[in-house]
Design a protein around this ligand. Sequence first.
Ligand SMILES: C[S@@+](CC[C@H](N)C(=O)[O-])C[C@H]1O[C@@H](n2cnc3c(N)ncnc32)[C@H](O)[C@@H]1O
Length: 236
Amino acid sequence: MNRSTILKASLFHAEIAVWLLALAMTITGDLWWAAASALVALGAHTAGRLWSRQSPVPMPYFMRWVLLVPRGPQSPARMQRLLQPRSGERILEIGPGVGIHALAIATALQPDGVLDVLDVQQEMLDDLMRRAARSGLTNIVPRQGDAQRLPYPDATFDAAYLISVLGEIPDAPSALRELRRVLKPAARLLIGEVLIDPDFVSLPVLRAMARDAGFLYERRSGPRIAYGVVFRPMAV
Ligand SMILES: C[S@@+](CC[C@H](N)C(=O)[O-])C[C@H]1O[C@@H](n2cnc3c(N)ncnc32)[C@H](O)[C@@H]1O
């Protein structure tokens, strides 16, 4: 594990611990201590965000418990409604983690659709495939790789999606250009982001990056602090 990953994980866990302390102080009526703890937690959050922006790294596997927390606006059901996967399609998920969204999308693609999942960490893919096997899913194809150089031919996929991933990719514009290359001309691209993630990409920044990579904005669901956005490739 490199220095950036250790620092990112330490700041994140420190923040959670101090928020819990602030909560305990509030419950016991120590409001000054609660306010002081909340300020320290906010400081840790800001430091984590600045560090993530300067030095983006993948969320380490030992932090996977975070992915199991219920998502609200980014629940698998909502992302599925936005993406509208259909049997017979081939869809790509970048950065699936342990598969919170992948299992729902692969289920919706049955009986004839395929979900390709690409993650830079093999441990995440192994975990995802164990969950898929437990759910009886056989239409997920895992591949370890980097979103900045996609190992797929041009115009391969009917759709692609990334949830809380873009901000972890050092060169996000090149990942978007790669997605443009591997998507078919009428494909959909869904990108989801949530503000509490230290790697959050704001909607205006995403829209500018996507436009430069050759995508047209189509629609959004959820608030600006926890959004899912669908783009289409621009005609060439
Ligand atoms: C915060 S997790 C999100 C996981 C999942 N999308 C979810 O919402 O539950 C980010 C995932 O993206 C992967 N990732 C980060 N950078 C990547 C890259 N350059 N190429 C492929 N995957 C990457 C990480 O390994 C991790 O599994």
